[in-house]
Ligand binder design. Sequence first.
Ligand code: SAH
Length: 445
Amino acid sequence: MLKPGQLVSVSIHSLTDKGDGIATLEGRPLYVERALPGERVEVSLTLVKPNYCHGSLLRVEQAASGRSEDFCPYTACGGCQLRVMDNGAQLALKRRLLLDALQATGLDCPVAETLGMAEPYHYRNKAQYAVQPGPYIGFYAKHSHQLVEADRCRVQAPVTAEVVQRVRGWMRQCAVPAYNEATGDGVVRHIMVRDGVNSGELMVVLVVAEPPAEPALEQLVAGLRSLAGLASLILNLNPKPGNRVLGPENRVLWGREAIVDRLDGLQFSISPLSFYQVNPRQTEALYREAVRLAGLSGDEVVFDLYCGIGTIALFMARQAHRVIGVELVPEAIADARANAERNGLANVEFHLGAAEQVVPALYAEGLKADVVVLDPPRKGCDQVLLETLVEMRPARLVYVSCNPKTLARDLAWLTDHGFVLEQATPVDMFPHTMHVETVALLTRK
Ligand code: SAH
């Protein structure tokens, strides 16, 4: 009989989707954080159930070839699941995850080496900290809302630690209470920091359940305005209980309502509610690959579907005849239009709405794309959209995806309906996590 506290020596044979090692113990899976496939490890059982067990890693008896020193002191943090794997092994794993997803749906195409980062640290331009009574300010531990204070996080921009310290000091000094998830009392819920890495502009968003008193807000502005690069300080009101970080209402406390960042010579205005890729260096690599695969000659009509603030659309617009972006979030569309103007690109237009509604309507009006770029959220594309694209028959489809499984599902359907999958390139947008970004090219049969 297995029981918690028992020590076992096991061989790790694979990884879960979340990056935990899996061994088999008495016929059931045993999950071990930070244990790698190919390793023999000594584990202390922490949970024993009839169908599975959890254990914590005590000692690596035989290390996998890709094991590296853990670079992070915050053992309880739920992020960076692959932090004991070296960069090369992570890139190989991500390519393998993509290959497995494609093969599982019967797809076969050349898959490039993962485009990785040479220095995969401090790569994030956006940090989101939860705030709890104490005040504690940090990230959630795995599977919980327990906070881990991680001021020296190696993947965040270094400036975020300074923001956290100043907000913590302000809450104490002005006696502004943290929000209490259990009772709904209190004020400060989250701190979001956006750092325009290529422009040096910084945005701080304080998310509150109710506005603090005016004198306290004045103190906040006084405490934060000397932060290097601060261009925008925003109060976001989120009175509703639940897990949503940002509420719908923003109030500018200081500076502008958006910051500007640069990618590959283009400028982008980013407001608090808009989606913007979090790893700017890798975003450039991803978009350049998307542009390369689009194979533009200058005469094409390009659709950029799920366009966010119009980043890919503007990259394409420099080399296409006309670009049409479609996006669901009104703030993002407003940013996208401002971005086109800011960059002097007059051959781009943006439509607000769901791609599965806007694209059939445009097609019914007689508009056709030569090249379509798709960059949907994790759940992939709506079937109605895919059916419209099959009717429209663009010469090329460039599919950008953050989820290999839904990517493979959509690609398999498209290859059954008149398209050929030419190639796929994995891009490492989120080093030390299991996330894989992919850009794939389909051509019309
Ligand atoms: N291409 C952009 C954004 C990709 S993220 C970039 O690289 O930055 C996916 C985007 O799709 C988000 O901005 C989200 O708001 C939007 N979205 C989600 N569902 C959508 C739908 N049904 N139709 C159009 N856009 C949608």
